[in-house]
Design a protein around this ligand. Structure first.
Ligand SMILES: [Zn+2]
Length: 402
């Protein structure tokens, strides 16, 4: 049992390293003709260096996390931190705090290097030390509260209801996911400042575009994303037909009004095809799978005894599930979901074409890639395995109908 788990940890780590290596080498792939004007020679060289730096760091961080997990499991480290005589809740919390501290220690170091060294070297980073520290503390607390809270609910439900736990816990996870997306606008206010977009052509055109398809715009807001990074984005939130549009301030300084409208026509394409709803359906499915796995994991004491525990430890069950079971299943799952989301992207692009802004979308996307040093020629295998969006070249071909 233990040997099997260790083999899975080693294999899934190697698999991820393989994916990083593939994208590390994508700098050598030939550039498709329809995106050859995105980078000039200087910018292209910069992209190649950036791509190497990012993937090299990813290889280090994946390798180290995998290695640490491997040795923690090998030496039964999780069982060693549990004080004798604690009840199931206390034992669960001890294991999860221990794991979270280790994850955070590794994560903070690599995040720091990524944000302050690599992103800064290429001129993207605007995050100040204070913001970085504050973000990390918030992430640590949220992560711990979520995992401990979930497992406490799991123990209580399991004891009260027995095997019905699978259905109930899946529903609970899903409700939590929904709650987070409801709360997302509120939560993002903790991290960022929002100001209404000033009256003018852009505001009028975005409102008109949405109104043509029956959406009412409650508010168009500009988010101070430039506080952290120069990278840009846009999205809309809100339920039903009332929408709030959020634009990153970076977007406004780089894109023309036509390009921003085109990007919004694309976003609206997602809305019209109920893509968010479909993704939620998919996440309900994965929540159910997770509940099932967790339930299967805690049904016998054997896996826990193999790692030095006296009996079931619910915190360790969560770790086994994510480091072994999910790690094994997720490549397959992401193969399917990525194929699905890539189709959604093409369809959303077609909405922009229908609104008459296909070319504006192309020039907007090219700017995004140029500004953010995006990868223009990933290998086919990388796209198949891990791209949620089609490549820029494929999107341009589809938009132009070639
Ligand atoms: Zn999209």
């Amino acid at each position: 049992m233990k040997t099997l788990c260790l083999i899975v940890v080693a294999l899934t780590t190697l698999w991820q390293e393989f994916l990083h290596l593939l994208s590390y080498r994508s700098g050598k792939n030939p550039m498709p003709a329809n995106v050859s004007d995105v980078y000039d020679a200087g910018r292209y060289a910069k992209w190649q260096a950036y791509n190497k730096d990012k993937n090299r760091l990813a290889m280090f961080s994946t390798g180290l996390s995998g290695l640490v997990m491997f040795f923690l499991l090998l030496f039964n480290a999780h069982a060693a931190v549990v004080p004798a005589g604690w009840n199931a809740y206390g034992q669960m919390i001890a294991v999860l705090v221990f794991q979270q501290l280790i994850d955070t220690a590794i994560g903070v170091a690599f995040d720091w290097y990524d944000t302050m060294k690599i992103e800064a070297r290429y001129g993207f980073n605007r995050t100040k030390t204070g913001t970085f520290v504050r973000d990390q503390i918030i992430n640590f607390c949220i992560g711990l509260i979520l995992s401990v809270g979930l497992m406490a609910a799991f123990i209580a439900l399991y004891r009260a209801l027995g095997d019905w736990i699978v259905l109930l816990f899946a529903a609970l996870l899903f409700a939590l996911g929904l709650g987070i997306s409801f709360l997302y606008p509120v939560l993002s206010r903790i991290r960022n400042k929002f100001t209404p977009l000033e009256e003018g052509e852009l505001r009028a055109r975005l409102t008109e575009l949405m109104a043509r398809h029956g959406y009412r715009v409650r508010e168009i807001q500009v988010m101070d994303a430039s506080k952290r990074s120069t990278k840009s984005n846009a999205y809309f939130t809100g339920f039903g037909r009332m929408k709030t549009i959020v634009l990153y301030d970076n977007l406004l300084s780089v894109m023309t009004t036509d390009e921003i409208c085109a990007i919004f026509a694309h976003e609206m394409g997602h809305g019209l095809h109920k893509d968010t709803l479909k993704m939620q359906g998919m996440s309900l499915f994965s929540m159910a799978a997770m509940a099932l796995l967790l339930w299967l994991t805690v049904r016998g004491e054997a896996p826990f005894r193999a790692f030095g525990f006296d009996g079931v430890n619910y915190g360790f069950a969560l770790i086994l599930m994510s480091a072994v079971e999910l790690a094994l299943l997720s490549p397959l799952f992401s193969l399917v979901t990525n194929a699905f989301t890539r189709r959604q992207e093409y369809r959303a692009d077609r909405q922009a074409v229908r609104e008459g802004c296909g070319e504006a979308l192309i020039s907007g996307l090219k700017k995004l890639y140029r500004e953010d040093l995006g990868c223009l020629a990933p290998s086919r295998l990388t796209v198949l395995l891990s791209y949620s969006h089609p490549t820029l070249s494929d999107r341009i071909s589809a938009i132009r109908g070639k």
